[in-house]
Design a protein around this ligand. Structure first.
Ligand SMILES: CC(=O)SCCNC(=O)CCNC(=O)[C@H](O)C(C)(C)COP(=O)(O)OP(=O)(O)OC[C@H]1O[C@@H](n2cnc3c(N)ncnc32)[C@H](O)[C@@H]1OP(=O)(O)O
Length: 235
């Protein structure tokens, strides 16, 4: 653990640039309305893999409705969902060559297009997981927060998460943020390794300070990780 002041400056996109061919047929962009079902599917199959019908279907619908209604973002804050789409250069329709998803215990063909969402990431400026400041308990500004990073199992270890993080950093930079932060389960060594590799450092949260934490099981222990991001003019 190191203090916040010692967090190093490095661009994830620079690291990603070193490996342009790991998964060349991937486009990382903001999610569009037509991606919503696949985003919900990627989220639920990654974070709730053991749920079975009808709970798995209800979860996906719940996520879908949340996305379509835009969730609620406080005034002055912003949030976006990024997707990594595989096969974006293949725009032709192939009958009989669609992707399969598992919903409600059934494998469903959902598209005749080879394109599909392989990974997702949410980035926002709500600073929900940082202590508020001042007597008015205002939200902190200039700090982007990454959550819900998920890559479909069959597409892992191809550099997709790295590309999502690099894009999130670019987004945060465009929003004028100077820091990007996240929580990561200490018992998720792959994810910890991923973020450390992208220049994030574990920040020691003072014990007596009651920082807000992600709402998961109370037994989960989190690393709070941060990275300074360079401004556009400094790159
Ligand atoms: C802030 C949050 O949202 S934390 C939650 C993170 N999400 C999850 O744990 C959901 C389940 N897991 C996943 O979806 C994926 O395994 C992820 C997101 C952790 C990683 O996605 P991937 O696309 O496979 O990662 P990517 O290929 O970019 O890997 C980059 C580096 O991270 C590290 N890494 C990734 N997965 C692992 C793993 N299972 N074991 C060890 N190191 C790993 C490696 O250093 C890897 O580089 P390398 O392949 O050159 O060795």
């Amino acid at each position: 653990m190191i203090p916040f002041s010692a967090v190093g400056v490095c661009r994830a996109s620079q690291a990603v640039d070193l490996f342009p061919n790991v998964c060349p047929d991937v486009v990382v962009r903001e999610a569009r309305i037509e991606d919503c079902w696949e985003v919900a599917e990627t989220h639920c199959s990654t974070f709730f893999p053991k749920y079975s019908f009808p709970l798995d279907l209800m979860l996906r619908i719940n996520r879908l409705v949340g996305m379509l209604s835009g969730f609620s973002v406080p005034n002055g804050c912003t949030r976006t969902c990024l997707v990594a789409v595989i096969g974006s250069s293949v725009d032709n329709l192939f009958f009989g060559n669609g992707e399969f998803i598992k919903v409600g215990g059934f494998e469903e063909r959902f598209s005749f297009n080879k394109r599909y969402v392989a990974g997702i990431l949410t980035v926002d400026t709500m600073a929900d997981f940082l202590p508020r400041k001042g007597p008015l308990r205002q939200r902190r500004t200039g700090i982007a927060y990454i959550s819900n990073v998920a890559v479909r199992e069959r597409d892992r270890r191809k550099g997709i998460a790295k590309r999502l993080i690099a894009k999130a950093e670019d987004q945060a930079r465009n929003w004028g943020c100077r820091v990007i932060a996240l929580h990561c389960d200490v018992n998720n060594p792959g994810a910890v390794q991923l973020y450390k590799g992208q220049g994030f450092k574990c920040i020691k949260v003072p014990e007596r300070v009651n920082w807000p934490r992600p709402k998961t099981s109370p037994n989960v222990q989190f690393n709070f990780m941060m990275k300074l991001i360079t401004t556009l003019s400094a790159t």
